[in-house]
Structures are given as structure tokens and as C-alpha cells.
Design a protein. Structure first.
Lengths: 331, 231
């Protein structure tokens, strides 16, 4: 599949950040833009070609990504004036020449398993698959008991789903027969009406749209200590001269590099997930609440069969990794 | 009874309107948001207000003064805009002005809540706090799923959840639960709820809008022009 990113908007609601920068080039951490993360996500999903549907300040986007970024070949469709996401997609589909595509809204920062989503799309009978994410209430929610309030939750996740801004679309989907401005008002509701819109759901992963200054602050907070990896992410929770604790998130179907630590002695505590640690001559399976110790100089890779979150508590050597084998083209 | 109104928010999402104007002073239908709130209180017999101001608070004090023009007594409590106290801290910092049961309001909401009704309900309930609630208007389109496919999209429906509508009636006891710096929503309400001292008053059906973004502002302006919102 070809990747495609809708990144032509002017980011009116992100002023003053977007006065001199298009939304996709806003940094979520030092020298890492929203678009960096999105193209990295594509690369991690095994996609090696992407079309950027640009408009506002396209020259800046083209200057940053050029013809290739993180091993992904990049081409552009530049809109002179904003014609809406439907028209941008139509232009993109022409450039894709009948190939299936994964399309992303250019303002979403998410840890969704794009590879798994593509697989789900290939295996379902629908020409379009939408990633749906659980809605987080922007307000405090009051749960009533008999006469008093039983609980009060500030901005909880609700049992309702909203559009998560990632779509798989078949090359032969009837995009050109629709007219109008945005995908949300044309393609998606029409496809749902004729029972042709599938979905992909993945609860419990980070998902945010960067729509307002407040959203941006929250994403930057998430990324304060977070580094994306092709297999998920790594967060340094604490690093002192006596010990080190990291949180690792490994996506279902992914694994860390095969590596060893000359000095670091570490223990993994599995917070959530299922998988195994593969050593040179054996595997050790893990599930929720398990602990696994890995002593120095023992080569290993952590393999997740389901989305896995673990805490790695170790002796304090932050840079102490000898990679023996990488499984992905990006790092 | 006194009403404490939180007026210290920076209004980031309303820039450039709020470049040199505090959010409660942003005008809808030709009048500051805060003026609607004071008029609402006055209509319900609440004639004392403490404005918890911070960044650019002087602009608020210059406009409302001692409140005489609105037939009210208005006082001010200032927080340092460089060291903001959240939504609980400013109330705690002004606790010497608390003289019994009191009202707290967020300074960025336009509504015609039945304040007298909420107070009367609170007094009968033996709670330490009563939250004004409405059914939640979803800011997003909702997706209905059906087996393996999407059945339909619903444009911004009202959902069957009771949400905090940003107006509370509180007893002085609640101040003991307030941190010097922190949020009434995350630090205080969950604790009061856990000990069974929090009540909710269902105001579903009133006019209600927060004014956090330009989109909100446009909508409220339109509603006022169309006569959808009246005190």
C-alpha cells in the first residue's frame, strides 16, 4: 500500500504556531514534527512510498522531506487553494494509479498499529476502512447513584467511538463519483449508508489530534520523555545514578532489536500484554504481571503477540546497548 | 450568598482576541461573558460576587468596579498570573471571603441555569457540594458500529452522560479538600463523591455553552442573535 497524508490545512486554530509553519511541521518534541512521526509510522508499517497532499506553506514541507525521508519515497500534490479533503484525496488517488492507500489526517499523533489496520482492511470486504477511537469527554462526567453522586471523573474515555483520522482505501473505490468539500460529509457517510464502510479498532493506545494550542500542550507533555521506535515507543520514567526505569510499548506483531547490554542488569515487569523474550537458545513467554530478569551480556529480543506495556527497571546505564540485529529499516 | 467566579484562565484558544483581554471580558452579543453571568446571579437573588482574577484582572475590575451598576457587590481576589493556582487554588486563596454556603462558576460559560433552583436543591440534600449538570453535547461526530462495519455517523449528538456544567454550590467544608495549587475537578470532586457528600442537579434543557474556542464564540453569537439564549 501507498501512504498518503492530508496536510494542506492552514491550522487557523493553532495560531500563533501556524503563522510561519504549517500544522504538520509543528514540533511535538525537539526536532520531531507531527509529519516526521506520521512518515515514521508509515516506515514502521513497512510502507515505502507516500504522497503528501499539501497546500498551505507546501514549500516548507517539500524542503524538509524532499524525495525521501526515513526510507520512504515522497511525492507531492500541491493544492493552490484549499478545495477540501475530498478533492485532495481525488488528486492523490490519481497519483496512486489504482494502488490501495493508507490515508492519514495530518493533525493526528497516534500509536495505532497501521500494519495491523492494513491487514484488517485487506481481510474485510469493504473498499474503505476507518480507524475508530474511543471518545475522550472534553468535560467532567458525573455518575449518579440513588440520590448522591457515585463518582466524578474529569475528562474520562466514553463508550462512544469517533473518527480516528486514519483510513485504508482500495485503489478502485468509487472516490471520483462524489462531489463536495470534506470526506467527513461525503465519502464516509455515503459509504456507511450503502453498508460499505469497515472499521479498525485499537483501544488503549495514545491518540490525539493537534487541533488547538491546548491539544498541542498535551501532546508535548506525552512526548516529554518519549521516543518513538519502529516497534512502539520508549519512555524514560526515571534515570538516576543508581537506577533506571523505562516504559516500553511494543505493538502486537512487533519486536525490539536483538541486542545485549554489556553492563546493564534489567528486570521487566509486564503491565499489560502477551509475548515472549527470545534468547539465543530458548524463549521465555510472558503475560500480564510477570517479571523477567535479563542479566548483562545476554542477547535477547522482546516479541509482543499482543500490544504490550512493560516497565524495565535496571542498573543506571542509559546508553548501553549493543545491537546484534535490527528487524526494521528505520530506527 | 456569595458567588466566586473563576476568571483567571489565559484563553489561549481565543487568541488573538485574548492577546490583551482576559477571556471573561470577551464579548458575545455585544457584552462580556462575565456580564451575563453576573446578571444571571442577580436575577436569582445572588447579589455578592467575588471575581477570582489573574492575568489582566485589572481590565475586569476597571469594567465592573464595585458592581453597583449591576445592583451587586463585587469584590476581587488576585492570583499571580506567573504562578497560576488552577481551579481550586484561587478559591482557597480567597477563603477569608467565604461566609457560608457559596456558589462557584467557571468564567467562560454562557447559560441560563436556574441558580435559585440549584441552591434550593442543595440546601435540601445535606451535601457538601452540588454540581450543576446537563446531558453532554458531543463536540464530535459519533460513529455507530454494526458488527464488522460502520452503520452511521451522528453529527454532534447529545449523549446520555451527565456532565459538569461549571457551576457549583459548596459548603465551607469543601475548602479543606482544596489544594493550594490544583484543580477542583480532579483534586476535589472525586474525593467528595467518594465520601458520599456530592450531589448533582440535572439542568438538561437549559441554554449552555462554554466559550473556549473561536468556534464556540461564533455559535454563541449566532444563538444570541437568533434569540436562542435569553436570561
Amino acid at each position: 500500500m501507498i501512504g498518503m497524508i492530508l496536510c494542506g490545512g492552514s491550522g487557523k486554530r493553532l495560531k500563533p504556531y501556524t503563522d510561519n509553519t504549517p500544522t504538520p511541521l509543528i514540533e511535538i518534541k525537539d526536532n520531531c514534527t507531527i509529519l516526521d512521526k506520521q512518515i515514521f509510522d508509515f516506515a514502521s508499517a513497512g510502507i515505502n512510498e507516500a504522497i503528501l497532499l499539501t497546500g498551505y506553506k507546501s514549500d516548507m514541507i517539500e524542503a524538509r522531506y524532499g524525495k525521501e525521508y526515513k526510507g520512504v519515497r515522497i511525492s507531492y500534490h500541491v493544492e493552490d487553494r484549499p478545495l477540501g479533503t475530498l478533492n485532495a484525496l481525488k488528486a492523490g488517488m490519481e497519483l496512486a494509479k489504482g494502488q490501495d492507500v493508507v490515508v492519514r489526517n495530518g493533525d493526528v499523533v497516534a500509536d495505532v498499529n497501521v500494519r495491523k489496520m492494513m491487514l484488517k482492511h485487506t481481510n474485510n470486504p469493504y473498499p474503505v476502512t476507518m480507524y475508530v477511537t474511543r471518545m475522550r469527554s472534553p468535560y467532567g462526567i458525573v455518575e449518579l447513584g440513588d440520590d448522591k453522586v457515585r463518582s466524578y471523573k474529569e475528562k474520562p474515555q466514553l463508550d462512544y467511538y469517533i473518527n480516528g483520522g486514519i483510513y485504508c482505501i482500495n485503489g478502485d473505490a468509487p472516490i471520483s463519483q462524489f462531489e463536495g468539500g470534506s470526506l467527513e460529509h461525503t465519502l464516509f457517510p455515503r459509504m456507511a449508508e450503502i453498508n460499505r464502510l469497515g472499521y479498525y479498532m485499537e483501544d488503549g493506545v495514545f491518540w490525539a489530534t493537534v487541533d488547538t494550542v491546548r491539544d498541542l500542550e498535551e501532546v508535548r507533555k506525552e512526548y516529554r520523555n518519549k521516543t518513538d521506535k519502529p516497534w512502539g515507543y520508549e519512555k524514560v520514567l526515571i534515570s538516576t545514578d543508581k537506577y533506571l526505569t523505562k516504559e516500553l510499548f511494543i505493538r502486537a506483531g512487533y519486536q525490539t532489536s536483538f541486542h545485549k547490554h554489556p553492563r546493564k542488569d534489567e528486570t521487566m515487569y509486564i503491565i499489560e500484554g502477551v509475548g515472549y523474550i527470545e534468547f539465543e537458545d530458548h524463549k521465555e513467554h510472558f503475560g500480564k504481571n510477570d517479571t523477567v530478569r535479563i542479566e548483562p551480556n545476554v542477547p535477547h529480543t522482546i516479541v509482543a503477540t499482543e500490544n504490550t506495556i512493560l516497565h524495565e527497571v535496571s542498573t543506571p546505564f542509559l546508553e548501553d546497548t549493543v545491537r546484534i540485529r535490527d528487524y526494521y529499516n528505520v530506527r | 450568598m456569595k458567588a466566586f467566579i473563576l476568571c483567571g484562565g489565559r484563553g489561549e484558544r481565543l487568541k488573538p482576541l485574548t492577546d490583551c483581554l482576559p477571556k471573561p471580558m470577551v464579548k458575545v452579543g455585544g457584552k462580556p461573558i462575565l456580564e451575563y453571568q453576573l446578571e444571571l446571579l442577580s436575577k436569582h437573588g445572588i447579589d455578592e460576587a467575588v471575581l477570582l482574577v489573574g492575568w489582566c484582572g485589572e481590565a475586569i475590575e476597571d469594567y465592573f468596579g464595585d458592581g453597583k451598576r449591576l445592583g451587586m457587590r463585587v469584590e476581587y481576589s488576585y492570583e499571580d498570573p506567573e504562578n497560576r493556582l488552577g481551579t481550586a487554588g484561587p478559591i482557597k486563596a480567597a477563603q477569608d471571603k467565604v461566609d457560608g454556603t457559596f456558589i462557584v462558576m467557571n468564567g467562560d460559560i454562557v447559560s441560563n441555569a436556574n441558580v435559585a433552583g440549584i441552591v434550593a436543591f442543595h440546601v435540601g440534600m445535606e451535601c457538601w457540594g452540588t454540581i450543576n449538570m446537563i446531558n453532554m453535547p458531543s463536540p464530535y461526530g459519533i460513529i455507530d458500529l454494526d458488527g464488522n462495519k460502520i452503520l452511521q455517523f451522528r453529527e454532534k449528538p447529545v449523549l446520555p452522560y451527565k456532565m459538569n456544567a461549571g457551576l457549583y454550590v459548596l459548603e465551607p467544608e469543601v475548602i479543606d479538600f482544596m489544594p493550594d495549587v490544583g484543580s477542583i475537578e480532579t483534586d476535589v470532586f472525586p474525593k467528595i463523591a467518594a465520601i458520599g457528600k456530592l450531589c448533582g442537579y440535572d439542568s438538561t434543557g437549559i441554554y449552555w455553552s462554554d466559550v473556549g474556542t473561536h468556534k464556540d464564540l461564533e455559535r454563541v453569537n449566532k444563538d444570541i442573535l437568533a434569540g436562542k439564549f435569553k436570561l
